[in-house]
Ligand binder design. Sequence first.
Ligand SMILES: Cc1ncc(COP(=O)(O)O)c(C=O)c1O
Length: 396
Amino acid sequence: MIGYKTLAVPGPTNMPFEIRQAMDVALEDHRAPDLPEFTLPLFQDLKKVFKTETGHIFVFPGSGTGGWESAISNTLNAGDKVLTASFGQFSSLWVKMCKTYGLDVVNCDVTWGEGVPLEDYRAILETDKNQLIKAVLVCHNETATGVTSDVQAVRRILDDLGHPALLFVDGVSSVGSLDFRMDEWKVDVIVSGSQKGFMLPTGLAIVGVSQKAMDAGKSASTPRDYFCYANMLQMNEQGYFPYTPPMTLLRGLRASIDMLTAEGLENVYKRHNRLASGVRAAVTAWGLENCAVDRKWYSDTVTAIRVPKSIDANNVIKTAYHSYGVSLGAGLGPLNGNVFRIGHLGWLNETMVLQALGGVEMAMRDAGIRFLPGCGVGAAIEKYTDTKAPMELAAE
Ligand SMILES: Cc1ncc(COP(=O)(O)O)c(C=O)c1O
């Protein structure tokens, strides 16, 4: 194929040149005497992205799934009760993992397209008079359906009820892209990965852990070793790791944090909202439906788009890929064939979104979806030109 491919999946995301260059270094000694001069400020500055001063941020070789596992194995025992909700592929997979670990799962089965059911969470926690529920799980941004849940509201429920359960959050497709505040929302474990908001290759599970979760680990006897928080903390405090760290990715992570903080996290969130609004305008103009059933759930990092019943969404995805070099996200689990997903997170601007939308329009026409060519792209253009760009907002 001649020309750039368009990566419009919700992770991995586009990698900025600054990050590529930062990783284009000779391999280095991970036990070098001066390594802490690099790692200690890195650990410190990572806290800014998670908005924590009191938590520890651990960088494990791995991916988001490893981060989920670390949350369970470091703080809980088999038989412990946890409150969960499944409303998409990723929230469901974390629930499945809880069961694999022998946890006693109280799960709210929610329609895919909705998010964490706050009233159900409240009702279940209210009846838990003996406070047997040890952890409450929230998938902040369900990447399979394009649904963002209200983490802060879950914290409020726990506080209202004086419930001491740990709060675990999956922030794989939210941290570094959507508003997330570890300290303010008193999140005990926040799981993220390198290949989405951090704009890096896959390979890191980046996990924020509160002191309360570290303390819970002292009485948790679930076997853990590779993902052990206490071992990691002990070595990290001296600027080192318990095993060989992926130094090249850590160099990239340094550049990523610098880019996010230079733009300013609030501007990063605004940019994602603005880009998402263009995609949503396009969906409406095409006459299609967002998989998220209510605007309060709309995600600013990914949109899952339902195709008409007579159309196989996989045809749109395959045509976009083979004919136009555009990678779109597939419908996962029961949504396969019913939706395609556009990722709009990471290192992205308006023109890149329009390029993806143009590719989607061509693929949808080829797949037999009827709409006025250009109407989605046009609606996004209107959105972007009728509202102020982040740079103008920052100048105000
Ligand atoms: C919300 C969410 N959680 C967890 C995961 C799993 O992460 P990974 O694929 O990095 O293991 C993903 C992956 O896309 C995700 O989107």
